[in-house]
Design a protein around this ligand. Structure first.
Ligand code: EPZ
Length: 417
């Protein structure tokens, strides 16, 4: 397992450019199953998770060519296979996103049931109930979910929770269903909106985008198109915190501050301001950071994917901060690792209490999941002496060329294969 070796405590300076959004790219790639033709996608991040989704689409019969970095051409001549095997789905649970488009295009799909992961059980019952609302017959057995239908019929779907990939899967199933579909309590994340905008460019009829009630008029045919992926807001938030931790000299390029309103408001409570100056985000830091309380929530609330990174800032702030994680049941594994670096975080259920005023000192730590790993990188860059982060494969699923980009800012970080 590869490691990062970080010598922390340095002030960083320069401009870091945000890549395309991983969580928009994954559903948008799956949407290429909905119509034959040639798609050209740009601003595609070069990530392991994206590669896994591309390999799954190749397995299903699509041809995918890298034209140049971040630019891919997908040719859907014919879907040859409607089964997503265990060895591909187990690597990345978002592979489950092929179920909706396969149902819409081929009226059947057999996808390995995505397991849970470090941060929670992550069931897919809301996806399956929605497919049944649309007229699909679902059977679960031998570790697979099978779905089939004579014809998908538009329906009113009430989501018990605004599930992000659940909303995306159901929109992709509904775009060619007969009649109208309404999805109530739909997820409003910008990545869901990006998928819907792509689908409308393909000829779908979706209204209510970015709101919690999506209306989809089924159409007979869709067509391929070209599309540019939106920038990654979680990467942007991660690097805004990086700048605040390392002296405020790092500017963030290509980020969309309007995707980070709740996050920026919380930073302001700590005394940190993030403002757009001529297209780059500049970060201003106070003499002393203030402790704050945060509760994660579905968009537009505070993103669960940024709470681990925020805890590094909270460890330095004056006073006691609290994080309540209401999205996932087990998303505080970074606490134990941050404590090895000198933080003082106690966890009880879905609540973490962070004592501030800490001095972080380098140590050996282990990444447990993508965003926890990102938090450890931020902590290592802040801590005195050397930090070694093990199992960095988790981190490289969601951050392209992280070592190269951080070195470009003057960070002393190396990857040891
Ligand atoms: C998406 O996961 C993101 N992944 C996650 O990002 C993100 O943390 C999460 O949304 C929340 O914002 C992708 O978009 C690929 P959910 P998703 O369905 O769709 C429960 C990262 O770091 N639930 O919104 O799987 C579920 O257990 C990743 O990039 C059900 O109970 O999240 C969870 O507690 C991590 N039944 C809550 O809802 C269901 O059928 C939110 O899950 C579906 C979800």
């Amino acid at each position: 397992m590869a490691k990062y070796i970080i010598k922390g405590g340095k002030k960083l300076k320069g401009i870091i450019e945000i890549k395309g959004a991983k969580n928009a790219t994954l559903p948008i790639l799956a949407a290429a199953l909905l119509a034959e033709g040639v798609y050209n996608f740009s601003n595609v991040p070069e990530l392991k998770d994206v590669e896994v989704m591309m390999n799954l689409l190749r397995h299903l019969g699509l041809k995918i060519e890298k034209k140049e970095p971040h630019k891919y051409q997908i040719t859907n001549k014919e879907i040859k296979n409607t089964e997503a095997p265990h060895e591909l789905v187990k690597v990345m649970r978002a592979s489950f996103l092929v179920m909706g488009p396969l149902l819409a295009s081929r009226k059947k799909a057999r996808v390995s049931l995505p397991g849970g992961c470090a941060i929670g059980a992550r069931p897919v019952n809301f996806h399956l109930n929605g497919f049944e609302n649309l007229g699909a017959k679902i059977t679960v057995g031998h570790g697979f979910v099978s779905a089939e239908t004579k014809e998908l019929i538009g329906a009113e779907i009430n989501l018990p929770f605004p599930t992000v990939t659940g909303t995306e899967n159901l929109v992709m199933a509904a775009v060619k269903a007969k009649g109208k579909t309404i999805i109530n309590n739909a997820a409003r994340e910008p990545e869901v909106g990006d998928l819907c905008n792509l689908l409308n460019k393909m000829g779908a009829k979706i209204t209510g985008i970015d709101a919690d009630r999506l209306k989809i008029e089924g159409v007979k045919e869709l067509h391929a198109c070209d599309y540019k992926i939106i920038p990654d807001r979680i990467e942007a938030g991660t690097f805004i915190i990086l700048s605040a931790l390392t002296g405020g000299g790092v500017e963030i390029k290509n980020a969309r501050l309007d995707y980070l309103i709740s996050f920026v408001k919380k930073l302001k409570e700590m005394g940190i301001t993030a403002v757009d100056v001529g297209g780059n985000i500049n970060v201003k830091i106070p003499e002393k950071l203030k402790a704050i309380n945060v509760m994660t929530a579905p968009y537009p609330g505070f993103p669960t994917d940024l709470q681990a990174q925020l805890m590094v800032l909270m460890s330095l702030a004056r006073g006691e901060s609290v994080v309540e994680e209401i999205i996932f049941e087990n998303r505080f594994m970074h606490a134990r690792e941050l404590n090895r670096l000198g933080a003082n975080i106690s966890v009880s259920g879905r609540k973490a209490t962070i004592q501030g005023g800490r001095k972080l000192i380098g140590a050996q730590v282990t990444a447990t999941d993508l965003r926890a790993g990102a938090a450890l990188v931020l902590a290592g860059l802040t801590a005195k002496n050397t930090t070694i982060i093990n199992e960095i494969e988790h981190i490289e699923r969601g951050y392209e060329d992280l070592v190269g980009r951080l070195q470009g800012l003057g960070a002393d970080i190396k990857k040891q294969p």
